[in-house]
Design a protein around this ligand. Structure first.
Ligand code: ZN
Ligand code: ZN
Length: 287
């Protein structure tokens, strides 16, 4: 019985690896030529840290999914009891498109604050600093993140959706398309907003995040700690963190504090007690 269970898990793991490899080829086929044609900054495809980011691509595609199953289910179940049944019944009767739209906005709100806390709380910044250590930004930097970073912001995004009954956690054979669609769209959009593409989208850039919007989130000058939203920039306008100078791009990306160069050290450093490792970056000053 246990052998069958193990076989199933191995097959599921192998399927996930193949699925990620196919997505990687599709993403490369789309972004590599586009970044050559419409580049913001002149940089190489196989830049420094390309291989490490490739490893992050598979790591962040596989690990957070496994780590999230139990906490999302537990938290969602606890929160479910804190919200009136009438609200859940009303939400359950909504058409799919309305549930998707509401879940998207609620999820974005959760993501915004989760991401902002990642910058403001020193313990969380230790993990998020890895994402901001990139000194050249392209589509693949989207995947450079500590698994704990991904788990935390995804929880912040999904838990309010689950609590309000707008989406159900993915448990066993029960599949709710709402979180699946939101995660797929947000992940693909993340590759676009990190890409080295000089697209601003005109007035649409006020409604939806663009490469310029997120590149300013990665700037390493006096305008740090801006543009936290994943897809909806109005949240940054609402909470006073919006920064979008017209037709300008950051001249310098990254962070000043040193971050470990190797993948293993990058994953372990944030877990070590403060003071034992000089490479752990200090939190960014927030105005
Ligand atoms: Zn950030
Ligand atoms: Zn980013």
């Amino acid at each position: 019985m246990e052998t069958i269970q193990l076989q199933r898990q191995l097959i599921s793991f192998a399927t996930d690896v193949v699925r990620l490899a196919i997505w990687l080829l599709v993403l490369m086929a789309v972004f590599v030529p586009l970044e050559r044609l419409f580049a913001v900054h002149s940089q190489k495809v196989f830049r420094k840290s390309f291989l490490a980011d490739l490893a992050y691509y598979f790591l962040t595609g596989l690990l957070p999914k496994m780590l999230l199953i139990v906490p999302t289910a537990l938290i969602a179940r606890c929160l479910h009891y804190a919200v009136p049944d009438d609200l859940h019944l009303w939400v359950a009767d909504l058409p799919l498109w309305a549930r998707l739209a509401a879940a998207w906005v609620v999820g974005e709100l959760g993501f915004y604050w989760g991401h902002r806390w990642m910058h403001q709380i020193p313990l969380l910044w230790r993990f998020h600093a890895i994402h901001h250590s990139a000194e050249e930004i392209d589509w693949l930097v989207n995947t450079r993140a500590h698994p704990f970073d991904i788990v935390f912001v995804r929880l912040c995004g999904f838990v309010p959706m689950y609590a309000l009954g707008l989406a159900q956690p993915m448990l066993g054979k029960t599949v709710d398309v709402v979180p699946l669609i939101i995660m797929l769209v947000a992940t693909l959009w993340g590759f676009l907003t990190h890409s080295n593409l000089r697209w601003q989208f005109g007035w649409l850039g006020l409604l939806i995040s663009t490469p310029a919007f997120h590149h300013w989130h990665h700037t390493n000058d006096e305008h740090t700690n801006k543009n936290y939203a994943s897809m909806l920039p109005f949240l940054d306008r609402l909470f006073g963190t919006w920064y979008m100078p017209r037709k300008q791009w950051p001249s310098k990306y990254g962070i000043d504090a040193p971050v470990a160069s190797g993948l293993t050290d990058q994953l372990l450093d944030p877990l070590l007690p403060r003071g034992e490792n000089a490479r752990v970056p200090t939190a960014q000053a927030v105005d």
